[in-house]
Design a protein around this ligand. Structure first.
Ligand SMILES: NC(=O)c1ccc[n+]([C@@H]2O[C@H](COP(=O)([O-])OP(=O)(O)OC[C@H]3O[C@@H](n4cnc5c(N)ncnc54)[C@H](O)[C@@H]3O)[C@@H](O)[C@H]2O)c1
Length: 320
C-alpha cells in the first residue's frame, strides 16, 4: 500500500467508479464510494459483490481477501462524508464539463489541501477543470483508458497547466501500487494518448471497410496478427522503426525517418480525413461487422462474456 494514502473516495458509482472501488478495496485501501443516486449505489454494491466472486473464481484473490475487501467499502450519498476523511479522491461523474468543474470546486473545499483529486475524464484537459478548484496544483487526470478498470493495466496521467509535479508523481506511484501501468503525459492534449492513436487507426479501418475495400474480419485479423507479432514482445512502433532503420545498414531511427519521408507522402495523402463518418461508409462498415458476428454464430451477450473471460487471463498481472 502507498505509505500516506490509506483511504480513497470514489465519487460517482457508475461503470467506472464501482470498478475503481473494486480495485482499491481489493488492494487493501479503505474506500468510500459516493453517488448522488441511491439506486446507483445499490446497483454498485451488487456489481462489486459479483466482481469479487469472479476474482475469487479465477483465483486472483482469496475468499478471505475478497470478504475483507468488500468490508472495506462504505457507501454514501453525502459528498462531505465520503471525501472529508480521504487521502485521495478519484472522481468518476458523467463526462460533462460544467459538472466536473462544479464537483472539483466542491471537493477541493472539503478536503485537506494536500489531498489529490483525480478525474477519470475521458478527454477533457485538466486545465479546464482545475481552474475552479481551491488547490489546482493537486488536481490531475487519471484516465482509465482500458476497461474494466479493475482488470486492465493502462491509465493515462494528464497534468493541467497548474498541476504540481509532485501530484503527478504521487498519482503515478499510487497507480503502480494497485497494479496499473501509468502513461504520463508531459503536456495535456484533448483526448490524451490512447484514444488519439486508436481513433486515428479506427477512422482508416472504418473507411476501408465501409467502402468495401476489405471486410471487417480481415481488418480485425490484420491488426491482431500485426500487434501480436510485435507488441507482445514489447516492440512498439518507435523501437520497431529504429531497428528497421538500423537493419538497412544506415543507422536507426534517423535513417528510418528519412526513408519514410521519401516513401510515405503519397500514402498519407491517400488516407481518410473525414471528421464525421459519411453515411454510405457507416452503413457499409456496420453491415460488414454484423456479417462477421453472424458467421461466428454467437449473440452479442456471448461476445461480452467471451471478452470478459479473456480479460480475466490478462488480469493476472494487475492482481499479482
Ligand atoms: N464508461 C467508459 O467506458 C469510460 C472509460 C474511461 C473513462 N470514462 C469516464 O469516467 C467518467 C464516468 O463514466 P461512467 O461510464 O462511469 O459514467 P456512468 O454514467 O456509468 O456513471 C456516472 C455516475 O455518476 C453519478 N453522478 C452524477 N452526478 C453526480 C454528482 N454530482 N456527484 C456524485 N455522483 C454523481 C451518476 O448517478 C452515475 O451513477 C466519465 O468522465 C467518463 O468519460 C468512462
Amino acid at each position: 500500500m502507498n505509505g500516506r494514502i490509506k483511504r480513497i473516495a470514489c465519487v460517482g458509482a457508475g461503470t467506472i467508479g464501482r470498478s475503481w472501488a473494486t480495485l482499491f478495496a481489493g488492494k487493501g485501501y479503505e474506500v468510500f464510494l459516493q453517488d448522488v443516486d441511491k439506486n446507483a449505489l445499490e446497483s454498485a454494491r451488487g456489481i462489486i459483490g459479483s466482481n469479487f466472486r469472479t476474482l475469487t473464481k479465477y483465483e486472483l484473490i482469496s475468499n478471505a481477501g475478497a470478504k475483507r475487501a468488500i468490508a472495506r467499502i462504505e457507501y454514501a450519498t453525502s459528498l462531505p462524508d465520503a471525501v472529508s476523511q480521504s487521502d485521495f479522491v478519484q472522481e468518476s461523474v458523467p463526462e460533462f464539463l460544467p459538472l466536473k468543474q462544479k464537483i472539483f470546486s466542491k471537493i477541493s473545499s472539503l478536503v485537506h489541501p494536500d489531498v489529490i483529486i483525480a478525474s477519470s475524464s475521458g478527454g477533457f484537459p485538466m486545465s479546464k477543470i482545475q481552474a475552479a478548484a481551491k488547490v489546482p496544483g493537486r488536481c490531475v487526470v487519471v484516465h482509465p483508458c482500458q476497461i474494466p478498470v479493475h482488470l486492465t493495466r493502462l491509465v493515462e496521467i494528464v497534468p493541467g497547466r497548474l498541476t504540481e509535479p509532485r501530484t503527478v508523481k504521487a498519482a503515478s506511484s499510487l497507480m503502480r501500487e494497485v497494479g496499473k501501468q501509468p502513461l504520463i503525459m508531459k503536456r495535456e492534449v484533448q483526448d490524451y494518448i490512447v484514444n488519439r492513436l486508436q481513433f486515428t487507426l479506427f477512422r482508416e479501418a472504418v473507411d476501408m471497410v465501409g467502402k468495401g475495400i476489405v471486410s471487417a474480419e480481415e481488418i480485425d485479423a490484420a491488426l491482431c496478427e500485426f500487434a501480436a507479432a510485435s507488441f507482445c514482445i514489447d516492440l512498439g512502433p518507435f523501437l520497431q522503426a529504429h531497428i528497421h532503420g538500423g537493419s538497412h545498414g544506415v543507422g536507426g531511427i534517423e535513417a528510418c525517418m528519412d526513408y519514410y519521408a521519401k516513401i510515405l507522402p503519397d500514402t498519407w495523402r491517400s488516407l481518410a480525413k473525414w471528421t464525421r463518418v459519411p453515411q454510405s461508409v457507416k452503413l457499409g462498415a456496420e453491415s460488414s461487422v454484423r456479417h462477421m458476428v453472424r458467421k461466428r454464430g454467437v449473440s452479442d451477450k456471448d461476445l461480452v462474456r467471451w471478452r470478459d473471460r479473456s480479460m480475466l487471463g490478462l488480469a493476472r498481472i494487475v492482481w499479482a
